[in-house]
Design a protein around this ligand. Sequence first.
Ligand SMILES: Cc1cc2nc3c(=O)[nH]c(=O)nc-3n(C[C@H](O)[C@H](O)[C@H](O)COP(=O)(O)O)c2cc1C
Length: 217
Amino acid sequence: MKKKQMSLTKKSVCLFTIISFLLVPLISLADKQDQKILIVYYSRSGNTKLICETLQKNLDAAAFEVKDKEDRSGTLGFLGAAYDVILDRHTTIEPGKIDLSPYSHIIIASPVWNWKLSTPIHTLLETHNFTGKKVFLVTTANIDIKKYEAFGNEAPFVKRFLKDYLRGKKKDSQSFAKGNGGEFLGHYHFATQEKTSEQIVEDALKVIDKIRKQLSS
Ligand SMILES: Cc1cc2nc3c(=O)[nH]c(=O)nc-3n(C[C@H](O)[C@H](O)[C@H](O)COP(=O)(O)O)c2cc1C
């Protein structure tokens, strides 16, 4: 009788293991099919746009370029951008509202301005609700964040800033991380200084698999 019970337990364990093995690929396939990615980006001079277009093609995503009503071109535009970002000001973005509802995953991409997210993306974060969304952040700047690591604790301040920003520790991001808080999946940074368009696209292609993995996590 005991022997019979033992073999029944063994059989159930075997059956459970086989079913689990069969189900795992099916579940991850279903996950992928449920994944609808939207890339929302702002780009003043084209670097972030180039990266986002590359990501869009390779991640099978939709993409949306946010436009700033302020003229940011030329030296005056640069100075205005620097001034606005230093003062944590907002701007008028077009369109004012993006329908995020069809998407499960939102990639937000921004150039870094004065070691903050650009003003149009700052406004986007404040005016959209990311609840229930999985959010991934992409930034571009002249230099690589890692270059600051040589400066000790003060060094990776950009990384810390972005983390704080997304976790709502910064005053101006409270609505994003608390009320509008999506689930933060990760961040990837691209250094763009002195790079040709081809090199920027190459850099983006190199990390497609990494980003894809992080999106599925
Ligand atoms: C107002 C302003 C401030 C910037 N501040 C920084 C900075 O703090 N650190 C940096 O490495 N690059 C900085 N940059 C450079 C941009 O982040 C970089 O060129 C970026 O790739 C531009 O992206 P875009 O072409 O999509 O606009 C700044 C650019 C502007 C316009």
